[in-house]
Each structure stands twice: as C-alpha cells, then as structure tokens.
Design a protein around this ligand. Structure first.
Ligand SMILES: [Cu+2]
Length: 122
C-alpha cells in the first residue's frame, strides 16, 4: 500500500517535471512507439532520486512483474559494487532488452525502489 502510493506520487511528479523536455529527449533514444515515449526518458532531474549509469548482462526479464535482472558492474552514481540484482522497469523498458544481452543502462534509486529508466545496447 505504502509502496504503491510512493510510486504513484513519484511517477506523477516525474511526469510533470519532464513534461516540457520530453519531445527532444525522446528523439535521442530509440524510436518512439507511442507507449515508450514517457517511460524511457531518464529522470535525471528528479529531486530525491539518486541516479547512475551502469553496464551489465541481462540475466532475466519479467515483463508481467515489470522487472529486469542484471549482472552489473559497479555503479558509482548510486554507490553500488558489482552484483546481480533485480530492477523495476516499465513495460516499454523491459521489452527493449533481451535475456543474455549486454547493455548500458540508467538507474534511478528512490525510496528503496531501484528502477532502470533507460537501456542502450553496449
Ligand atoms: Cu546492484
């Protein structure tokens, strides 16, 4: 319950904050598919969230649960050593990865929620 409220509030704030630069940012990422334009934008300007960029290998994807498991290297931006862990991801982001693929990704850490906000092939 508490988790959902925090997530919903964060998403609302994120959407509001990213309303303006959304168009230009989206064009630098993968081609927009309609549903992907909001979800794949790195929320680097989101106050209260720590952000970082990492690289690693996708070991599992669960689009229904909205998670991606990545065996990743150190991520100095959020103070993490190398490890294998599960991240939250929007359906659009989850679908942009493949199991076994080597990726670079943006991560946002806020209120204990570790979310991959963008994925690029490495
Ligand atoms: Cu980790």
């Amino acid at each position: 319950m508490k988790y959902s409220l925090i997530l919903a509030t964060g998403m609302a704030l994120g959407l509001a904050a990213c309303n303006q630069p959304q168009e230009t940012l989206a064009s630098t990422e993968e081609p927009a598919t309609g549903e992907a334009d909001v979800a794949t934008i790195p929320m680097t300007a989101d106050a209260g969230a720590q952000t970082g960029t990492g690289t690693g290998v996708v070991t599992a994807i669960d689009p229904d649960a909205g998670t991606i498991t990545v065996d990743h290297g150190p991520i100095p931006g959020v103070g993490w050593p190398a490890m294998t862990m599960r991240f939250t991801a929007s359906p659009a982001v989850a679908e942009s990865a493949e199991t076994g693929e080597r990726i670079a990704f943006d991560v946002s850490v806020r209120d204990g929620v570790n979310e991959i906000t963008a994925i690029r092939p490495e």
